[in-house]
Design a protein around this ligand. Structure first.
Ligand code: NAD
Length: 247
């Protein structure tokens, strides 16, 4: 019987709606989770739900030196990371004409550079352990060009999708899988606060299943992709869009 529980996971954006659902699901699966986010108070609240299983780590994932230092001290204390969920992301709905270079770079730093920095660190642990799972939270916008999402956001998620393919190909023979999930509209503040009521109603009309995705449904998909059972799936982007786009 191959071990499929009790591994060490890192989840970024763990204080957010999807990140906290993913963290709770991985804990339910029997793993320990290093929960990374900028929001220290929210991380501490999350960790209080399972103090022996959740290690809160307040960190700006765009600060490569800080990430490397935190990775070294955390793995020295907790052991090698075998599951990495690149979930942290920031949204802008600005299309190209309204996107400043500063905004473009800020979005790339969180949505694309940080997953690259973290994946490089994680892969060293995973190779040494002989097993690993990376799950990247992409977006439907990478395939549609962004129905409501802006240019920098959609482009960053497209880059994250190709990073997924590239790392999956590089690591396929090493018992490491690298996959992505491309959610459509998930019921989170990104949807409830950053879309107008008219946009929300229009999106609902366009979702064949007739509702938004829940954060827990995304967490269930992460749970599967992070498991031993998903070992033959690599370089896959799982669509979770309620039938909006079938390809
Ligand atoms: N909500 C949706 O409908 C939807 C759809 C498709 C994809 N996504 C993606 O899912 C992921 C999670 O989205 P969410 O809706 O839960 O968002 P959220 O805003 O609730 O959570 C994102 C978290 O990332 C953290 N974060 C941002 N920048 C950071 C940094 N520099 N360092 C560390 N942490 C940082 C934030 O503090 C926040 O807690 C994102 O990558 C998002 O792009 C969301």
């Amino acid at each position: 019987m191959i071990q499929d529980t009790g591994r060490l996971a890192v989840v970024t954006g763990a204080a957010g709606t999807m990140g906290s659902a993913i963290t709770r699901q991985l804990v339910t699966d029997g793993h320990r989770v290093v929960a990374v986010d900028l929001q220290e108070a929210a991380l501490n609240d999350l960790a209080a739900q399972a103090p022996d299983r959740i290690v809160p780590l307040a960190l700006d994932i765009t600060d490569a030196a800080a990430v490397e230092a935190a990775w070294a001290s955390t793995t020295a204390a907790e052991g090698p990371v075998q599951i990495l969920v690149n979930n942290a992301g920031i949204l802008s709905n600005n299309k190209a004409a309204a996107t400043t270079l500063e905004e473009w770079r800020a979005i790339m730093a969180v949505n694309l550079d940080a997953p690259f920095i973290l994946s490089r660190l994680a892969l060293a642990d995973m190779r040494a352990a002989g097993w690993g799972r990376i799950v990247n939270i992409c977006s439907l916008s990478m395939k549609t060009g962004g129905l409501t999402a802006g240019t920098a956001y959609a482009t960053s998620k497209g880059g994250l999708g190709v990073l997924t393919f590239s790392l999956a190909r590089e690591t396929a023979a090493q018992s490491i899988t690298v996959n992505g999930i491309a959610p459509g509209y998930v019921l989170t503040p990104m949807v409830t606060e950053q879309l107008t009521e008219a946009q929300r109603q229009a999106q609902l009309r366009d979702i064949p299943v007739g509702r938004f995705c829940s954060a827990e449904e995304v967490a269930h998909c992460v749970s599967y992709l992070a498991s031993e059972r998903a070992g033959f799936i690599t370089g896959e982007i799982v669509d979770m869009n309620g039938g909006m786009l079938m390809d």
